[in-house]
Design a binder for this molecule. Structure first.
Ligand code: NAD
Length: 321
């Protein structure tokens, strides 16, 4: 069995590798060749922790396994990350445990890769201004992955606590792209692409903020009750997601579905666009939404890539198991 500890991940897998892995598995999901199994998530009644696992099988990539972990709110006080996860991969032919891979950095890379894939396939080719709503842990990864998809000339960003925007401004400075802290209406008026990556329970980006032609990647809503954008936007947008079952239940689309603004049949898999089965954006004035809910197959895809890279570079730790 192979072990790739958390500390090795940064040296092995970058945003471009994560992009390739996530694009491929979204395509496999839409072709019916990769399946996510039901998600388990429970409050364990200890350390205030939420624990669960996401699992699945990709017959194309032969990735079988699960990501296990969750949220331990007391970790920060111990100098640890509150979100903790590990990925377990199994041999699809024998069921033997093939690898254990640190899942913390991988979660950020695979989440950023999902919005990046959506930008590549759905944003206008001439998109120039990137808007980021949120400045938490994930936001920096989102920014870096998005910047690789279009020739963005400006970054505009909003966060509830503006002081945290410094981490996004630092990345913009490093890449020599002008950065501006703005209000939410200004962000909507300026941005061609908007990524929302917050844990909010009320809509922040409103229908009257958005211009025609905008692509919005909603990445923060991954639980029932969370919300980042006005459900009314769904009424005049073309809507894509990673997994339709999650989009309508725990994703951003849950509110538009509950309000009867759209039906399940109005939501398309991003993988269908990747596979050439859906045209994606069809005009420069169309508003597109990607509801990125986060699926286990994304974790398995990036973890499999890490194992391949670790083996190829001779840095995989092998143990008898
Ligand atoms: P974080 O705790 O580091 O940052 C939270 C962000 O949300 C900050 O910008 C904070 O200002 C903002 N925020 C919190 N409550 C808010 C409110 N009521 N109104 C406005 N802004 C508010 O979290 P993170 O690790 O950056 O994750 C951000 C979100 O992304 C979380 O909701 C997380 O569950 C979600 N997430 C989704 C996926 C996925 O695959 N879709 C993967 C990882 C994380």
């Amino acid at each position: 069995m192979i072990i790739v500890p958390e500390r090795e991940i940064a040296g092995l897998l970058g945003p471009a590798d994560a992009y390739k892995a996530v694009e491929a598995v979204f395509g496999a999901m839409a072709a019916g060749r990769a399946v996510n199994f039901p998600v388990i998530r429970e409050a364990i009644g200890h350390a205030d922790a939420l624990y669960g696992f996401k699992s699945g099988f990709d017959r194309d990539g032969l990735a079988l396994g699960l990501k296990s972990g969750g949220y331990w709110p007391g970790n920060a006080a111990k100098g640890l990350t509150n979100h903790q996860s590990s990925v377990f991969l199994f041999d699809a032919d024998t069921g033997q445990c093939r690898a254990i891979v640190g899942g913390n950095l991988l979660t950020a890379l695979r989440t950023a890769a999902a919005s990046a894939v959506s930008i590549n396939y759905l944003a206008r080719k001439d998109a120039k201004v990137l808007g980021i709503v949120g400045a938490g842990h994930q936001s920096v990864f989102q920014l870096r992955a998005a910047l690789a998809q279009r020739a963005f000339e400006r970054i505009v960003a909003w966060n509830r606590d503006p002081a945290k925007l410094a981490r996004l401004a630092d990345v913009a400075g490093e890449l020599k792209i002008p950065f501006q802290a703005v209000s939410l209406p200004e962000l909507g008026a300026m941005a061609d692409v908007i990524i929302t990556i917050v844990s909010a329970h009320v809509p922040l980006v409103l229908d009257n903020h958005i211009r025609p032609g905008t692509h919005i990647a909603c990445m923060g809503t991954d639980t029932k009750g969370k919300q980042e954008i006005d459900a009314a936007i769904f009424g005049h947008a073309t809507v894509f997601t990673d997994e339709i079952a999650q989009s309508i239940s725990i994703g951003e689309a849950q509110h538009a579905i509950a309000a009867g603004i759209i039906k399940q049949a109005d939501i398309h898999q991003l993988g269908a666009v990747i596979n050439g089965k859906h045209p994606g954006r069809t005009s420069d004035s169309e508003i597109t939404i990607f509801d990125g809910t986060g699926v286990g197959l994304q974790d398995l895809a990036v973890a499999s890539s890490v194992v391949d890279l670790a083996l190829a570079r001779g840095v995989a730790t092998k143990v008898d198991f």
